[in-house]
Design a protein around this ligand. Structure first.
Ligand SMILES: C[S@@+](CC[C@H](N)C(=O)[O-])C[C@H]1O[C@@H](n2cnc3c(N)ncnc32)[C@H](O)[C@@H]1O
Length: 276
């Protein structure tokens, strides 16, 4: 028993993917949706006040009058997508959380927004349309392995018209430097984030070489134990420019966040507006 737990808790090779579903798990996706919709919670989406400021800035930086068609990559339940639709963009959203996409579709119908939602892995995205503008917001790019980042950067490029723009954000080295390694555990008697029923979760937070971090969570419940690996790669401006250039992008602007705050070395995020 102890040996098998210790084996599950070993630090895995870089970018090992979890076998257990995370974003699309029946229970976890419900918890994530609640987190997305909580205006004061920063975790799945950012807080409502920031999102409002961010949507306004995006509308000024890449106005819907000149860039009407917008692809929101990893759109979640459509918190940005709905604001974009309200601002006059023709919005397409893609996400592989079935629960988020269903929520987004129902919410759009209720509010009269004409948003086209796709329940799909964005790494396999192959839409017929080409867009004026694409967004990938809240540092999802850095949660991917090097290979998957190459795939999504190229997919974003290929889904844009000539002259189209791509806005994304990543965590910076300042954020990496503030990351503390730790090992913690919790017992939830009446269920919680990871399971509906009783469970214990053992969590290890580790730094890997080349400014990568791992949050490794072992969940023990009445089911088989399951391990979740949440990776993050942190960037300098130059690293992100290099990855974008490899797909064919030019840099149109560098900011401290997706609300247009000026970039400096202390920013915990870097937002980049790329051009095809
Ligand atoms: C951090 S959340 C950000 C959501 C949204 N952009 C926002 O800021 O409110 C990342 C989103 O990406 C989605 N996602 C992660 N990996 C994905 C993949 N391979 N294909 C499609 N969606 C993915 C998740 O389901 C989640 O909704």
């Amino acid at each position: 028993m102890l040996d098998s737990m210790a084996k599950l808790l070993e630090k895995p090779p870089l970018y090992t993917k979890s076998e257990a579903a995370f974003w699309d798990d029946e229970h976890i996706s419900g918890q994530m949706l609640r987190a997305h919709l909580d205006p004061e919670f920063e975790g799945a989406s950012r807080k409502k006040a920031f999102i409002e400021k961010s949507a306004l800035w995006i509308g000024e930086a890449v106005p819907p009058s000149s860039s009407p068609s917008l692809l929101d990559i990893g759109c979640g339940p459509g918190i940005y997508a709905e604001r974009f639709a309200e601002m006059g963009y023709q919005v397409t959203g893609i996400d592989f959380s079935k629960r988020s996409i269903e929520y987004g579709r129902n919410s759009a119908i209720k509010q009269g927004f004409d948003i086209s939602y796709h329940y799909q892995d964005y790494l396999a995205m192959n839409l017929r349309q080409r867009f004026d503008f694409a967004t990938m917001i809240y540092c999802d790019y850095g949660a991917l392995s090097t290979e998957d980042r190459q795939i999504i950067m190229q997919k974003a490029f290929d889904h844009l018209k000539a002259g189209g723009r791509f806005l994304l954000d990543v965590f910076s080295m300042a954020k990496y430097n503030s990351f503390k390694e730790s090992q913690t555990w919790e017992v939830c008697h009446d269920g919680g984030f990871w399971r509906a029923g009783k469970y214990a979760a053992l969590k290890g937070c580790y730094k890997y070489p080349d400014h990568v971090t791992l949050e490794e969570i072992l969940v023990i419940s009445d089911w088989e134990p399951a391990v979740y690996y949440l990776w993050n790669t942190y960037f300098t401006k130059e690293m992100l420019i290099q990855e974008a250039a490899a797909a064919g992008f030019k840099v149109g602007g560098v900011f401290g966040d997706v609300a247009g705050c000026p970039y400096n070395e202390d920013s915990h995020t870097i937002a980049m507006l790329l051009e095809k």
